[in-house]
Design a protein around this ligand. Structure first.
Ligand SMILES: [Zn+2]
Length: 175
């Protein structure tokens, strides 16, 4: 997969993604498997559900195919955590509260669609897969979000809270 730096707007999530894909310069994309640049073309769409503060919304995620190595990659905005319906900002809010000493059952996400079981699940995944990763490179949860994301990709080759080891890369220049 390839993650792209974009701005998150809480309304019109799907339209926003579509507009972004329309304006994307595909020749700037590098394959996250073979690193070849300019070989990715549109391949297919799949649907992904995202839990926003008002409802669960579906967005159509574009997959591109690399003409060099034939790998396919989902193009995900950087405010998404791969394989999760919970947004990156919500993950961060929950984990920061936990690290500040709030017990998991007392954490109240500002997104009312996230229940206690999801909070507990997120914290367990964090403890299993990510707490040591952040500590090993002194990546602070209080960094500005774009810098935080870039640090996770730089040192661990994946998005924060991405659990599966699918190759992933962060594209910051899109023009
Ligand atoms: Zn490739």
């Amino acid at each position: 997969m390839i993650q792209l730096c974009t701005t998150y707007y809480s309304h019109l999530v799907g339209e926003n993604y579509n507009n972004f894909i329309e304006s994307l310069n595909f020749s700037s994309l590098s394959c996250s498997k073979c690193n070849y640049q300019g070989s990715c073309t549109r391949h297919a769409f799949y649907t992904r559900n995202i839990v926003t503060p008002t409802s669960k919304v579906s967005i159509r995620i574009l997959r591109v195919k690399c003409g060099q190595c034939n790998a396919t990659h989902a193009l995900l905005p950087d405010w998404i955590v791969p394989y999760s319906q919970i947004l990156l900002t919500d993950h961060l809010e929950i984990i920061k509260q936990y690290e500040d000493g709030v017990s998991p059952h007392r954490i109240t996400p500002s997104n009312p669609e996230i229940d206690t079981w999801t909070v507990v699940y997120i914290i367990n995944q964090y403890l299993l897969h990510w707490q040591a990763r952040l500590h090993s490179y002194s990546i602070s949860l209080s960094l500005p979000i774009k810098q935080f994301i870039a640090s996770c990709f730089k040192h661990h080759g994946r998005q924060f809270m991405q659990i599966k080891c699918t190759p992933n890369s962060l594209l910051t220049q899109t023009t």
